[in-house]
Design a protein around this ligand. Structure first.
Ligand code: FA5
Length: 358
């Protein structure tokens, strides 16, 4: 057996016994790499006489071609082997019983937030958002509550340390600054709903330091208090899932609306249950009013041409009412047993067509 034949035998044996792709790659480098045995042979052709080259050239090239083909074939075989091994390992036995239902559930506050959003979206309101840490200017001043105005005392505010430039931030005390942000960014007509977190220094069975509000704002050239009343009535019917509601308006005061109105809902609390549209009890629903012309001007909107209404209410309070939760603090105690009792199925998103609370 010639040296070339012996080398070929040795190479083909090494290829055949490479157990995986890494071992095969090592064989390839030792044969066909820059300093590989066959590469060295091919390089040696350069130093041969023309006659030697004529006889050795086809031998060396033939060896290179056969080694290349053998490596490719082995590579394919190894890849197929690896794939088959993976398929066997990762096989799914579809005859096994299904896993138990996931235990996660939706918090009642998130549920009500989604319900409120779904109802107003259906009435044509777009969702707007603002940050929890808000400029004092947007939370108060541009809402017609200048510094030192007594109305600031109505909100027990969490103040954030002053910035280096002297500007003041607060944890927003209501969602009304989203009105400001929207009016500064958009030209009328405006119709937005903004649900979100709010903060006040306050804590008892019906007050939480962190709670949730929803804010509505409509600005155009013709909107009036009648539209506001109709909108809130439609909201209540959809939210409480009843055909009829009766609302009562009470004069109120908010510096950013004029006139300001608070709305109550007729209900019957006898028998430990709450029923809407009947009885002699009244339930506080939301604060509202026609947007104060001064707020429009502070937000760059021509108050001679445009007008509109705004309203705001408490999401946690709505959740307590609708789902019979007596103490607001239980929302934030992170008690899993409580959540399993009051929580909602994770994939049942509230929609008006599909039902709000299932
Ligand atoms: C406001 O916050 C006004 N921004 C609402 C408004 C918007 C009026 C637009 C006019 C136009 P008020 O302070 O009343 O109003 O709060 C609104 C609701 O938030 C209350 O009715 C109550 O449901 C809820 N709320 C207030 N403080 C707390 C608290 N500490 N914990 C839970 N809910 C609260």
């Amino acid at each position: 057996m010639s040296d070339i034949q012996a080398l070929e035998r040795q190479i083909l044996d090494a290829i055949a016994s490479a157990a995986d792709e890494a071992a095969l790659e090592a064989v390839r480098v030792s044969v066909l790499g820059k300093k590989g045995s066959v590469s060295e042979l091919l390089k040696s052709l350069g130093g041969m006489t023309p006659d030697e080259r004529k006889s050795n050239g086809p031998l060396f090239n033939g060896l290179r071609d056969r080694a290349t083909a053998a490596i490719a074939a082995r590579k394919t075989a190894l890849e197929e082997g690896a794939l088959n091994a993976r398929l066997t390992f990762e096989r799914v036995d579809i005859s096994l019983p299904v896993r138990p239902e996931p235990v996660g559930s939706v918090h009642p506050v998130s549920q009500v937030l989604d319900e409120v959003t779904a109802i107003f979206a259906d009435l044509g309101f777009a969702v707007a958002e603002g940050p929890d840490v808000e400029f004092d200017d947007y939370n108060f001043t541009k809402l017609n509550i200048p510094p030192d105005h007594p109305a600031r005392q109505m909100h027990d505010t969490f103040y954030v340390a002053k910035q280096a430039d002297g500007s003041q931030h607060v944890l927003r005390t209501h969602t009304s600054p989203v009105q400001v942000r929207t009016m500064l960014q958009q030209k009328p007509p405006i119709r937005i709903i903004s649900p979100g977190r709010t903060y006040r220094v306050d804590s008892d069975a019906t007050h939480s330091p962190m709670f949730h509000q929803f804010e509505g704002l409509v600005i155009d050239e013709v909107t009036h208090l009648g539209h506001l009343k109709w909108t809130l009535e439609e909201f209540c019917k959809a939210f409480f899932e009843v055909d009829k509601v009766e609302m009562r308006a009470r004069p109120s005061f908010f510096p950013f609306t004029e006139p300001s109105v608070e709305w109550d809902l007729r209900c019957d609390r006898s028998g430990g249950q709450i029923k809407f549209g009947q009885g002699n009890d009244w339930l506080e629903l939301a604060g509202s009013g026609m947007v104060h012309p001064r707020v429009l001007e502070l937000c760059g909107i021509d108050s001679k041409r445009y007008q509109g209404y705004a309203f705001g209410g408490g999401i946690d309070r709505l959740a307590m009412l609708k789902y019979g939760i007596p103490d607001i603090r239980s929302f934030f105690e992170s008690d899993l047993r409580w959540l399993r009792h009051y929580g909602f199925a994770a994939l049942d998103l509230p929609t008006l067509d599909g039902g709000l609370s299932r």
